[in-house]
Structure formats: structure tokens, C-alpha cells
Design a protein around this ligand. Structure first.
Ligand code: FAD
Length: 416
């Protein structure tokens, strides 16, 4: 079903907003917004996605890379594309490395599950292609500047077309039954509703960040290595046979231009050194970023007829690889609630959305916080704390129950 578009009053007046009427208006065309749009369209529920950036920019933005088994299923079983199975790299475990020794965890043996390395920009490419193939209404280069009437039966999205050559003063509107804010961690939709309206934000900052690189090099290890070292944390992960993704803990104020390739490789190597002589495989570095992180949750994840999903409602530090997976898990709950609403007219599942989604959100917050504190070293940490974290790593790796706890959380709990 196509959304209908009309000028509200008079087609000749530039100050008259161009209005589109649809069932679900979605702000943000990241993984959360596009997946929801795809699932709704399959059920015949019309929707429009308003996305600030252009297709090319999102396609070339490197972010998450680890998909839980259930996120993979959501892509393949909903007919997005099977590319995640042919181009993704299934991983059976991780190595926890501390005191210079690796401790492998085998997920199929521990919890009968795996994860798949498939970059977020590939997920975007597949979702965007599926929406295009199915005639989806995705408005790129469109900046939402207002969301209004959120408690009414017709919430409204106001946006400007920010593409080259567009009239910068023209305001467009989407009128919908349900408005979904899937507009990422700086969410405009979330900020439109404040604490005075009964909402609460829970957040903590961390005194460190990740320095991330993409390098053209062979794999250093078949599985991801999460390393705790006296010099700080490092993550050695893979993207493909020839491209690797690695991170090391750094000061949030660190500048990428201060880091030559040689300096980066020497820092990374220090953090994985050990008596086993483990050596990283190096190559030219073609992408460097400093990624600050925090833990954040907005409660409740809804306000009237506006529902928040993905990073708009919560962010996690990347240590547990939960950000993208949590966005997909929200969408599963929200899609089922919307499907039920349009099939039966009942708001029951919509009213339960926030409470249902938040159960998983807090489990993921706990896991991400736990992994972060166990693996990172604070600059001002008391030696007791450093030794305690090593004791925790020893506890986890030396016990099958400890390994299973980590493996179950990392590969993902069953969807609600
Ligand atoms: C640099 C970086 C590295 C990361 N690495 C990892 C990782 O290794 N593992 C992991 O699990 N997670 C990682 N994450 C987190 C992960 O990328 C997010 O959890 C995931 O993108 C959430 O998807 P989303 O759709 O909710 O939000 P987003 O992907 O942020 O999508 C939101 C979309 O909304 C659009 N938007 C914002 N404001 C407006 C507006 N006013 N009008 C219209 N559109 C708007 C944005 O352009 C964006 O495309 C990383 C994040 C960053 C920033």
C-alpha cells in the first residue's frame, strides 16, 4: 500500500507543508528503522522512513560487526537477503586473553550457538536493497526538525529535504497513527520528550574510549581475541580474509592524527604479548576512529503514540557486541505489537512494548558493563582492582558455568 501525499491546502504556496499520510512514520533509516519498515511492509502495513543521511554515506560508515544467531534469522527468515549466510563469517567462539595466555571459549559446545561476523554497513546494504526492491518509501537526506502531537491519534513528523538543490525553507510533514523514533543515540525524538513528562534517563560515562582501526592484513587469529593487559584492553577481530578490525583502549581525548601506523601496531602488540610469542599480522591501516562510550537507558521507551527503538532508547559500550543486536530485538517486540494492533485493533502489546523490551535491555546493559569492567584497566585503578579483575577472568575461564554464562549472553538470549 503506498502512502498518500498531498499539499495540505494549496499546491502553489511554498510555506504550505507537503503532507504524507501513512500508518507508521519512522524517524531514522539505520538497522532498527529499516528492519521495522521491511517487516511492516510484508504485513501490508504502510510506512514511511525519514533518514538524515544519504545512502552512500551510511553504506560507507563502519560500526558494529557481530550478529547474534537470532539477528541473522531475522534477516534471512523475513526475506531481506541470504547474503549474511554466504558472505558472513560464522564464529564458534572467542579467546579471552590475560596474563599473556589465551583461553578459548567454544560456543557450540557451551550453549549450542554461534555468532556471525557481518559488518553493519552490509546489513544496511541488504535492508536498503530489500526496501527498494519492495517499493518502500525511504526518504534519504531528510532531516526531522519536529515531532508533534505525540499523545494524539495523529502524531506528526516535520522534516526538511537537505539534499543539494532542495528548498531549505520548505517543510514537509508525515501524519501517522504511530511514530517510531529509531534515530540513533542522539535521538531527536527522545529529546522531544523530557523528565517533566515522567521520563527518566539512566546513564554512566566511562573514563576510556576505543581506538579502532581497519587494516588490510591477513587474520591474526581464527577467533576474536578479547585481551586484558597491564597496558589496557585490546580487541582483535576480523572482517574478512584480507580486512581486519582491531581496537585498543585509549583516552577519550586521543586524536587519530597523533597515531602513525607503526605506533598503533606497537600499542596493539604490547597488549597481546605473552610467553606463547603471539604476533599480530600487520598491514596498511585505512581507517582510524576514536569511539567514546557510555551506558544509557531511557525509561519508558514510549510516549503516547511515539515508540523509541534501538540506540534512540539505549546505548551500550561495544565490549559485549550488543548494540545492533539489541536494536533488532526491540524491533521484534515492536513489530509484533504493531502487527497485532493493525490486525485486531488491540493496544495491549503496544502498551506492554516498553516493559517487554526493557527486560532484555537491562540484561544487555549488565553484560556489556560486566565485560567492560572485567577487561579494561582504569588509569587510576588501585592495584587491588587490577588483581581482582584478573581473579574474575580466572573464575570465568576455569569454570564451565562461568564460560556458559558468558557464552549465553554473548550469543544472545532467546527473543521475547
Ligand atoms: C563508531 C561506532 C562503532 C560501533 N561499534 C559497535 C560494535 O562493534 N558492536 C556493536 O554491537 N555496536 C556498535 N556500535 C553501535 C551500533 O552501531 C548501534 O547499536 C546500531 O547502529 C543501532 O542501530 P539504530 O538503527 O538504532 O541506530 P543508528 O544506526 O544510529 O541509526 C539511526 C539513524 O537515524 C538517523 N537520524 C538521526 N537523527 C535524525 C534526524 N533528526 N532526522 C532523520 N534521521 C536522523 C541517522 O542518520 C541514522 O542513520 C557502534 C556505534 C558507533 C557509532
Amino acid at each position: 500500500m503506498a502512502a498518500s501525499t498531498a499539499n495540505a491546502d494549496n499546491a502553489d504556496r511554498a510555506d504550505t507543508p507537503q503532507v504524507t499520510r501513512t500508518q507508521v512514520g519512522i524517524v531514522g533509516g539505520g538497522p532498527a528503522g529499516l528492519l521495522l519498515s521491511h517487516l511492516l511492509a510484508k504485513q501490508g502495513i504502510e510506512n514511511v522512513v525519514i533518514e538524515l543521511r544519504d545512502h552512500e554515506t551510511i553504506k560507507n560508515t563502519h560500526r558494529a560487526g557481530i550478529l547474534e544467531q537470532q539477528a541473522v534469522k531475522m534477516l534471512t527468515e523475513s526475506g531481506v537477503d541470504g547474503r549474511v549466510l554466504t558472505h558472513g563469517d560464522e564464529h564458534e567462539g572467542i579467546d579471552l586473553r590475560f596474563n599473556g595466555e589465551s583461553h578459548p571459549l567454544n560456543f557450540p559446545d557451551l550453549v549450542d550457538a554461534t555468532v556471525t561476523l557481518y559488518a553493519q554497513n552490509e546489513v544496511f546494504i541488504d535492508l536498503a536493497a530489500a526496501r527498494k526492491r519492495d517499493g518502500g518509501d525511504i526518504r534519504y537526506e531528510s532531516e526531522v526538525i519536529e515531532v508533534a502531537d505525540l499523545k494524539s491519534d495523529t502524531p506528526k513528523i516535520r522534516y526538511k529535504d537537505v539534499s543539494a538543490g532542495a528548498d531549505p525553507d520548505a517543510v514537509h510533514e508525515v501524519h501517522c497513527d504511530i511514530l517510531v523514533g529509531a534515530d540513533g543515540s542522539r535521538s531527536f525524538c527522545r529529546r522531544a520528550v523530557g523528565q517533566e513528562q515522567g521520563h527518566q534517563d539512566f546513564k554512566i560515562e566511562y573514563p576510556f574510549a576505543w581506538f579502532g582501526i581497519l587494516t588490510e592484513a591477513p587474520k591474526s587469529s581464527p577467533e576474536l581475541i578479547y585481551a586484558n593487559s597491564p597496558h589496557g584492553f585490546a580487541l582483535i577481530s576480523q572482517r574478512s580474509a584480507n580486512v581486519q578490525r582491531m581496537y585498543f583502549q585509549c583516552d577519550p581525548a586521543e586524536k587519530t592524527e597523533d597515531w602513525s601506523d607503526d605506533r598503533i601496531w606497537s600499542e596493539l602488540q604490547k597488549r597481546v604479548d605473552g610467553p606463547d610469542g603471539f604476533q599480530l599480522k600487520t598491514g596498511p591501516i585505512f581507517d582510524k576512529t576514536v569511539l567514546g562510550f557510555r551506558s544509557f537507558v531511557r525509561e519508558p521507551m514510549s510516549h503516547g503514540n511515539m515508540f523509541l527503538a534501538g540506540d534512540a532508547a539505549h546505548t551500550v559500550p561495544p565490549t559485549g557486541a550488543k548494540g545492533l543486536n539489541l536494536a533488532f530485538a526491540d524491533i521484534k517486540v515492536l513489530f509484533e505489537a504493531l502487527d497485532s494492533f493493525y490486525a485486531t485493533g488491540s493496544r495491549e502489546l503496544l502498551d506492554d512494548y516498553s516493559e517487554t523490551a526493557l527486560k532484555r535491555v537491562w540484561k544487555a546493559q549488565n553484560f556489556s558493563y560486566w565485560m567492560t569492567s572485567m577487561l579494561h584497566t582504569r588509569k587510576d585503578a588501585h592495584p587491588f582492582e587490577t588483581k581482582r579483575a584478573l581473579g574474575e577472568l580466572e573464575t570465568v575461564t576455569s569454570s564451565r558455568y562461568g564460560q556458559q554464562y558468558l557464552a549465553e549472553s554473548y550469543t544472545g538470549w532467546p527473543h521475547a
